[in-house]
Design a protein around this ligand. Structure first.
Ligand SMILES: O=P(O)(O)OC[C@H]1O[C@H](OP(=O)(O)OP(=O)(O)O)[C@H](O)[C@@H]1O
Ligand SMILES: Nc1nc2[nH]cnc2c(=O)[nH]1
Ligand SMILES: [Mg+2]
Length: 161
């Protein structure tokens, strides 16, 4: 697992790679799938790793955006549809995480026959995902490696006031 405090979970490239390979391993045998659909953008890196491990060369992507429909309710819009399949049959839909489940609920209507997998899952979204590697508390914010860079941290002794 990555380094985490109560409310934040920091995932390194190595840890993301390890966890996503574990997710790929659980999808075997690979022959049952026609391809992979990444949920852009967070699902792009995990989908590439899954496609590599399962030797699947058909990789499509779907893009959704949320916009405030009114003050109460967020609605999702399909910014980019898939072209590789009509209903998702034989395809793995890959995202980095499921949080509230809104994104996957929306995509399940578009791709009812696909298998939905994520690397990380929070409790509110677990029933929307068919497989995942690690669960986290609802309150925890996950930081992915593409959103971070390494930086110097003072020794503990130097932080004393
Ligand atoms: O289960 P939910 O509550 O819908 O949240 C999960 C989604 O939120 C994040 O994407 P985001 O829409 O922030 O965009 P990004 O992938 O481009 O970063 C994440 O990558 C999932 O796709
Ligand atoms: N990076 C990131 N994006 C999210 N989108 C919804 N939940 C999260 C989260 O915990 N981390
Ligand atoms: Mg996303």
């Amino acid at each position: 697992m990555g380094w985490h405090s109560n409310r934040e979970f920091f995932v390194s490239w190595e840890e993301l790679h390890r966890a996503t390979r574990e997710l790929a391993h659980r999808q075997l045998p690979a022959e049952q799938y026609k391809g992979v659909i990444a949920v852009s953008r967070g699902g792009l890196v995990p989908a590439a790793i899954i496609a590599r491990e399962l030797n699947l060369r058909t990789v499509d992507c779907v893009a959704v955006s949320s916009y405030a429909h009114d003050q109460q309710k967020d609605e999702l819009a399909l910014l980019k549809d898939v072209s590789a399949t009509e209903d998702g049959e034989g395809f793995l839909v890959v995202d980095d995480l499921v949080d509230t489940g809104n994104t996957l609920k929306f995509l399940r209507k578009r791709l009812p026959k696909a298998k939905f997998i994520t690397v990380y899952a929070k409790p509110a979204g677990i029933e929307l995902v068919d497989d995942y590697v690690a669960d986290l508390e609802q309150e925890t914010w996950i930081h992915f490696p593409w959103d971070m860079h390494l930086h110097y941290v003072e020794p503990l002794a130097g932080q004393e006031s």
